[in-house]
Design a protein around this ligand. Structure first.
Ligand code: NAG
Ligand code: NAG
Ligand code: NAG
Ligand code: NAG
Ligand code: ZN
Length: 365
């Protein structure tokens, strides 16, 4: 059902938009980078002076909740509709201080590996290629390498790192990588209050929007830490959460080097693609005129709606509803082929085991 809708929507978008569509490089600003071989942008980026215009919180610290912006973001949400599961205090070593106090009904991942509508597996034979914690000073090397094989990935960005490395963020956005949110300061999500968590997601979203012109809709929790309180906040903000699909990092030189060394081995046996692509979600940003490539053949680009606004809007909304039906339950393809929730969890672990063996290292950051 979803696949069919998605194909129809994608075809409709391109058929109606073809005469006035700018899908590629022509006229697009070149992605800034130190590398001379960076391909032209597939996604046109907003102008950027080199200095961020937005006012952002201190880097690597829990985002504040008392700024006018955060107050405005909170007003847009109905917090009384969020489950009242308790905030979980964590030790300095990164574990819940009192695991037995975590209610089973909160569907906490850290203690019980409980999942609830989290995307955890790609279809059989497909490797959801994801990198967490960027962009960092080492990311340019990773992006160069991905460019050499025209490989796209889902990049779960830390807001603090985005504002520290704006040129690298813009390069990845323009290249058509799937950009997603990984909080502002990388604390365990369940250790944050509702207000802190909203601030962490929205400031990261704001930085990506300022630099790249689009608004992400996918989120991965640091350390995998999530429960139904956090999920409900994400859903209220228009996000889908992704679990430990496959996990690599662009945080350090050695993880980037390992990723570069191992990716060809993964590519030899798996089809590698961003999570949005393996879910056939051609529109993983709030701006539905942006299309990212999918397994089903959607091509990366931007639909210029200036002459086709009614048809573009119609196809965008049918795709959006198809996308949400996927997010709410069809993570049924798995390496074991079972659609049952419990088997999805098991197969996810199996995928991780394969990932760990294949890559020779796993860091649960
Ligand atoms: C907020 O959510 C509560 C609980 O679901 C509901 O009763 C209330 O009507 C909602 N308020 C608004 C303004 O939507
Ligand atoms: C969209 O199309 C209009 C009319 O053809 C053109 O003037 C405008 O520059 C285009 N915008 C982009 C971003 O391609
Ligand atoms: C894409 O849609 C956004 C609104 O979602 C709009 O601001 C932007 O101008 C559109 N871009 C083009 C090229 O039509
Ligand atoms: C079409 O583009 C205009 C500005 O270029 C924007 O305001 C509008 O929201 C866009 N509509 C859609 C459906 O993307
Ligand atoms: Zn992380």
């Amino acid at each position: 059902m979803y696949l069919k809708l998605s194909v129809i929507a994608a075809l409709a978008t391109f058929a109606t938009a073809a005469p006035s569509t700018t899908t590629t490089a022509a006229g697009a600003p070149a992605a800034p980078s130190s590398s001379p071989s960076v391909p032209a942008s597939l996604i046109p980026l907003p102008a950027f002076s080199g200095t961020l215009v937005g006012v952002y919180p201190p880097q690597d610290k829990t985002a504040p909740t008392d700024t006018p912006l955060v107050k405005q973001w909170l007003q847009e949400l109905n917090l009384t509709a969020i489950p009242t599961w308790p905030v979980v205090p964590f030790t300095a070593a990164g574990d819940p201080q009192n695991p037995t106090a975590i209610p089973a009904a909160s569907c906490d991942w850290t203690e019980t590996n409980c999942i609830n509508k989290d995307l955890t597996t790609c279809p059989l034979g497909v490797w959801g290629l994801t990198y967490d914690d960027g962009p960092t000073e080492f990311s340019g090397k990773l992006y160069d390498f991905l460019d050499t094989t025209d490989q796209k990935a889902t990049l779960f960005y830390i807001g603090s790192n985005v504002i520290q490395n704006p040129a690298l963020a813009r390069r990845a956005c323009g290249a058509g990588h799937h950009i997603a949110v990984h909080t502002w300061s990388h604390n365990p999500s369940t250790s944050l209050t509702n207000e802190q968590f909203v601030a962490e997601v929205k400031y990261t979203e704001m930085a990506i929007k300022e630099l790249c012109g689009f608004t992400p809709t996918y989120f991965r929790p640091p350390y995998g830490d999530i429960d139904d309180r956090i999920r409900s906040l994400l859903w209220a903000m228009g996000y889908t959460s992704t679990g430990h699909m496959t996990l690599e990092h662009e945080l350090y030189q050695n993880t980037v080097d390992a990723a570069i060394a191992n990716l060809p081995k993964v590519q030899a046996t798996w089809k590698t693609m961003p999570v949005s692509a393996c879910m056939n979600d051609a529109h993983p940003y709030k701006e539905k005129n942006i299309t990212l490539a999918t397994m089903d053949g959607a091509k990366t680009g931007v639909t210029n709606n200036s002459t086709t606004s009614s048809t573009a809007a119609a196809s965008a909304s049918s795709t959006a509803s198809a996308g949400s039906s996927t997010a709410s339950g069809s993570v049924s393809h798995s390496t074991t082929g079972s659609g049952a929730v419990v088997n999805v969890a098991v197969s996810s672990v199996a995928v991780l085991a394969v990932a760990a063996v294949t890559l020779g290292q796993m860091m649960l950051l």
